[in-house]
Design a protein around this ligand. Sequence first.
Ligand SMILES: C[S@@+](CC[C@H](N)C(=O)[O-])C[C@H]1O[C@@H](n2cnc3c(N)ncnc32)[C@H](O)[C@@H]1O
Length: 295
Amino acid sequence: MRVKTDIIFGDCAEVLCHLPENVVDLIFTSPSYADQRKKTYGGIHPDKYVDWFLPISKELLRILKPTGTFILNIKERVINGERSTYVMELILAMRKQGWFWTEEFIWHKKNSYPGKWPNRFRDSWERLIQFNKSKKFNMYQEKVMIPVGGWAKTRLKNLSDVDKLRDKSKVGSGFGKNVSNWLNRDKVYPTNVLHLATECNNKNHSATFPKELPEWFIKLFTRPNDTVIDPFMGSGTTNLASRRMGRNSIGIEILYDYYKGVRDQIEADELVLFEPEKKYETTGLNNECYRVRRE
Ligand SMILES: C[S@@+](CC[C@H](N)C(=O)[O-])C[C@H]1O[C@@H](n2cnc3c(N)ncnc32)[C@H](O)[C@@H]1O
């Protein structure tokens, strides 16, 4: 089956307007954080972040299929000793825009080196906020099951009577557990915390996420031949993972060097037929858009 990878040079706020509606199965992205890493690719002032992002999320809502999912990797920074509130404000604003805030995953950066500041410790996790168009969306939970682990040997050896019944949640969450359900199983579902090391080897981009991060969500929310988009492509981690996993993908990047870096990698993949095309016209930017396709 043919896998398409469309790598586009431009501002996603403009490029997205040229994509058709309801075509994408998964949006997986990590936009520039507020005011961070200004030297490398700019930053948005925290007070302006929501206003900057809402026109983009409006287009993302339009291009996402009704069964699709949007995963937003973001973390509010500390300004003047206080955590900024722009991520919370963004979630509220996106709900008003029509998004359904389904879930929040945590990426625990398990290789963070120690550190201490006068009033806080090393920041060692980031949010992955899940938005959908409605409560019903595609999710392939079996694809991310994990080995049951050593706890099962001891915990399941001598089951009490309570373990054999559905034990109601003590905090009233509505979630119950029946421990005996896990007898004789070698795989279980994971939690919403992902323990992954940060990516330190990418010399071309200062903010790459590890390839396992998009891979996990691509497995969970898409099937082969579905379409994934990363509107803030960077070094193309999402697109390269999508490609390896047999998913079509679109990547948009505003900085030419990053865009070219990904394009070169895809060209180097010898199965690629490279075909420059003025496919997506963008306004106000004197750039060329390219379509890179594997035949
Ligand atoms: C946090 S980085 C993404 C890194 C990426 N996840 C990776 O693994 O390499 C955000 C990227 O978005 C790009 N960017 C910022 N504003 C953009 C915009 N309006 N349209 C497209 N790309 C943009 C930046 O140049 C930067 O490369």
